[in-house]
Design a protein around this ligand. Sequence first.
Ligand code: ADE
Length: 265
Amino acid sequence: MDFRVLTIFPDLFVPFWNHGMIRRAIDQGRITAAAIDIRDHADGRHRVTDDRPYGGGSGMVMKPEPLSRAISKAKEQVPEAVTVLLSPRGRVFDQQAARELATVGGLILVCGRYEGVDERICRTSIDLEVSVGDYVLTGGEIAAMIVIDAVVRLLPGVLGGADSAQKDSFSEDLLEHGHYTRPAEYMGEAVPEVLLSGHHGEIENWRREMSLVQTVLKRPDLLESRPLDRRAIQVLKKWGRTIERIVDAQDRGCADPSSGDESKG
Ligand code: ADE
């Protein structure tokens, strides 16, 4: 898969291309990645890429001509690419969006700066606007890195283990269970015994159960919006009953200060 990032800060991407999984994917020939400097496509000695907004107001707007030329250049290099503008008004990026983008031949990622890009560029040259969350960054560069990172790890052959991308958080739309490594005991806390048992079936069951528990505790909204299989429902019922038992026992044992005060009048 081919990535081209359009930015006025191409140097930000040098360390990004040169570390970890992205570096490996480039070295293995699974992806190509390059930043295109929008300034190289601007006019004049000062190579200006922004201008004041029509209608007044604070902030600057990215000019259409340099962006349009930079996009054309990227499209020459990767004709089959989808052109994405990183913008807080775009579709919120999640694992499903990452899965969808991982199926296309290439991505041209356009990083806005300042107040945004001239609206005519959005209409004529952008296939999709993507936001990495409901907050406003000073530019799209970090957002582009997030998108590239999440997409590259889904590409066939990129992650070490054949199925690690399939198994971990959110690909099943559940959170991950906890992970443990040596030592078997750390600061008085032992690794769950089942993980030392060598019993693969039981380990898998434990992991599934703990994924569900993590999700119920930290992101219950993820469970509300997805169908659960019979096993998952059984696990949740079991934990629900345990929690109810604990709460009931505490409730019976605890003196309610408000009712106590009332009885005394
Ligand atoms: N640029 C500024 N804020 C952004 C966001 N939340 N997502 C993507 N690009 C952005």
